[in-house]
Design a protein around this ligand. Sequence first.
Ligand SMILES: [Zn+2]
Length: 188
Amino acid sequence: MTQRYKFNWDLLGDIAEGRPNLGPMVRTEIYRLMQFSFRDVLEQTYGTEAADKLFYQAGLLAGKQFYQNVMKAAAAFNDFSDFIKTFQSTLAEKGIGILRIEAADHARGRYVLSIAEDLDCAGLPELDYEICVYDEGFIAGIFASYTGREYTVKEVDCWCTGDRTCRFVAEVAAANKLAGQPADRREV
Ligand SMILES: [Zn+2]
């Protein structure tokens, strides 16, 4: 299978040159318009489960790229506390959301995070399921990049389920646990 648009950060272009009058920002509803139109077409074509999986995978790719091209470019971080501070500041600076770490169990590789004013879902109508699958992948990509281990992330509370913040549990993937690899960074 040939691939025309294998991701690299350069695909995002030179925004300063390309949008001298409109600048780098776009309104939240326009970002959501693209995300929800993709969701509709993917779900119609492949079904709900596969569409969610594709969103998670895309988020994972985005998270790894965001880590490499935004977080690492923003600051040097040598321990978990630095990593989280940069994670928080870059998410806020890009208008993605307001991150808090609610629990951190370094020994088990398990973290509970909340994101308020989440770009993907804050303000959406109430549904009976969590919707931030792309965010789950995004957070998994960032944790995997920092730790060098695979993570699975599950949203447990969402604006759409009546909470006013999104809450995620990030855990080292089971295969990594079995391999018994020590976490390479366990400070804080
Ligand atoms: Zn959510």
